[in-house]
Design a protein around this ligand. Sequence first.
Ligand SMILES: N[C@@H](CCC(=O)N[C@@H](CS)C(=O)NCC(=O)O)C(=O)O
Length: 211
Amino acid sequence: MYTLYYYPGNASLFPHMLLREIGAPFELALVDRAQGAQYSPEYLKLNPHGRIPVLVDGGTVLFETAAIALYLCDMHPEAGLAPPVGTQARAQFYKWMVHLTNTPQAEFRAWFYPEQHVAGPALAETVKQAARVRLDGMFDRIAADLDGRDWLLDSGFSAVDLFLCMLVRWGRGMPRPPRSIPALAAHAARVLARPAVQATFAAERIAAPFV
Ligand SMILES: N[C@@H](CCC(=O)N[C@@H](CS)C(=O)NCC(=O)O)C(=O)O
């Protein structure tokens, strides 16, 4: 039985969707950010960085969203959420998993936590605006790549589509939300139509609009 440490709508949303797509038994453990629980001594034993999510599988304790996703895909190859190892499609899958985690996902920290990226609070707003410009460009390029295809991989739906949908959701409060790009809106609609994704949003009590 897996335990996913989560907070509604946080990076845990991606592995949560994945667990429901797989259909594996799991339980959710709320890390109450409203109370700063990500910095509690108990949680810091699981993730010394104080960030959400963490996945516990028996003696295996994992932090880093993309690592958790790769682990879940590997543990459940029958779910078909990652192309088989050793294929060209798998190479593209790695590319997207790494790109999404170390480029837009990382950039969102500057958008959501600008004060952590600058020595004094006066410059926080400029950090946020620079992050916005970079994120706009990232989403433009992802949309250009997606154009004409249903999913990020030619081989079909995979875990990286869930990841992209979460990132599109995170941008919903931006001046030019990613959903305003037609290819990303259409992709998000396809992901959001999936029963496992709808069940995830319902379980986290996330209401529409989803992106
Ligand atoms: N690279 C990490 C980043 C995780 C992350 O930034 N999580 C955010 C929530 S989406 C968090 O824990 N924020 C609370 C904080 O930084 O205090 C991962 O992918 O797991």
